[in-house]
Write a protein that binds this ligand. Structure first.
Ligand code: FAD
Length: 384
């Protein structure tokens, strides 16, 4: 039933095909009874289990060896988990996004201390970039980090922070003022129990996961909390997104594949007007559109991942194309699956109803679709 033919595409190596089998088996065994009402406990439990299974090793570099993030592996894992359960995908993804700055720019000591824990599922991480007045406009973020003796003092707010409230460590982007706008931001690693870091509000969204608004009130951190050089924070954030944007696209692909599988089962299993629903040519038209959208999205996702793994320093254009297209098409694929299910499609608790809620935020976070279009257009215009 599951279409795994894409794994024979030239983007992949045997190690990826083996990984796909391992994740699929893990997901079948572990995602059947996730409590979506209590997402804090569910996410803690998922991270612990993903860590025990060794899957979180893919979310960050190995502090004891020379290794790099393999984006194809991240995408295969996210696609597979998302096909089974959105919260499982979320729990996995945040371990990577929350520590991406350390994987790419951390000191040996920072990596050793934090990545050893997050890769084993013994600490949860979060990525704190957005603020109430600067989501898309991140270059104008306001949370301040002021030098004070041998450290910094943070004051301000972050919002929409996934894993906010349950994370053990936050990567926080703050204004240090080396230059204007994007040139005056630095990245810091801040343990959750640092005095002055306050979970001010828990936020609820249509597809629940742990999410919070954070307040930093004279939050004092040592100089060793700085990640990379002062003023490099914007570049660090964009480099992290350059890796993880393709993986958001992969999650959308997983949701879309599940929607197609559900639609096919429904069309084959239900009779309408005295014949299988799948005999109706308009239903066949929907199924064909869904299949084409999925394959086209998969080609963009794995092109971006392969390019990054092949050594490209930045793949902003390709990752933006993958995210823009895969999330937009997944929305359309899922909508068609809901339509094919009729009333059952909007019944609370049905798989396609869950997918319909889960897909929406992916067109907003890690750069809204409009922002991806700007990235793509700027690359095209610069060629001229
Ligand atoms: C479920 C969820 C989880 C999130 N998790 C995290 C997280 O873990 N860490 C984190 O830092 N942030 C997180 N975010 C925040 C997310 O990245 C921001 O919501 C997003 O960047 C949009 O910012 P905004 O909400 O402030 O909307 P705004 O910046 O106000 O944008 C609103 C809309 O304007 C449009 N728009 C924006 N810019 C342009 C433009 N230049 N041209 C044309 N149209 C434009 C887009 O359609 C956009 O959706 C999360 C958000 C959600 C919903």
């Amino acid at each position: 039933m599951i279409d795994r033919s894409f794994l024979s595409w030239p983007f992949f190596e045997d190690v990826h095909r083996q990984l796909a089998d391992v994740v699929e088996a893990w997901a079948v065994a572990n995602t059947g009874h996730i409590d979506h009402e209590n997402t804090d406990d569910a996410c803690r439990g998922l991270v612990a289990k993903l860590g025990e299974a060794g899957l979180l090793r893919h979310t960050a570099v190995d502090p004891d060896a020379t290794s790099k993030l393999d984006v194809r592996s991240l995408c295969i894992i996210r696609e597979t988990l998302a096909r089974h359960d959105g919260l499982a995908d979320f729990a996995f993804a945040m371990q990577g996004l929350g520590t991406g700055a350390l994987s790419l720019f951390g000191t040996d000591a920072q990596k050793q201390f934090w990545l050893t824990k997050t890769r084993a599922g013994k600490a949860l991480s979060a990525f704190a970039l957005s603020e109430p007045q600067s989501g898309s406009d991140v270059a104008n973020l306001e949370l301040s980090a002021v030098r004070d003796g041998d450290g910094f003092v943070l004051n301000g707010e972050k919002t929409w922070i996934s894993n906010g409230g349950i994370a053990d460590v936050y990567t926080v982007f703050a204004r240090t003022g080396e230059g204007e706008g994007a040139k005056g931001i630095s990245a810091f690693i801040v343990p959750a129990d640092t005095p002055g870091l306050i979970i001010a509000e828990r936020l609820e969204v249509i597809a629940p996961h742990p999410l919070a608004r954070l307040v930093f009130d004279n939050c004092r951190i040592p100089a060793s909390a700085l990640v990379g050089a002062p003023g490099q924070g914007f570049r660090i954030a964009m480099s992290v997104l350059d890796v993880f944007r393709s993986t958001v696209a992969a999650a959308a692909l997983g949701f879309a594949r599940r929607a197609l599988d559900e639609a096919v089962s429904r069309a084959n299993g239900r009779n309408l007007f005295g014949a299988p629903m799948s005999d109706l040519q308009m239903v066949q038209g929907h199924i064909a559109d869904m299949a084409v959208d999925i394959d086209a999205a998969a080609l963009l996702v794995y092109r971006a991942a392969w390019l990054k793994d092949s050594g490209a320093e930045r793949v902003s254009r390709e990752a933006a194309m993958a995210k823009l297209y895969a999330t937009d098409r997944a929305q359309s694929v899922i909508d068609k699956a809901v339509q094919i299910h009729g009333g059952d499609g909007v019944r609370k608790g049905s798989v396609v109803e869950r997918l319909y809620r889960e897909i929406r935020a992916l067109r907003i976070y890690e750069g809204a679709s409009d922002v991806q279009k700007i990235i793509i257009a700027r690359h095209e215009l610069a060629r001229g």
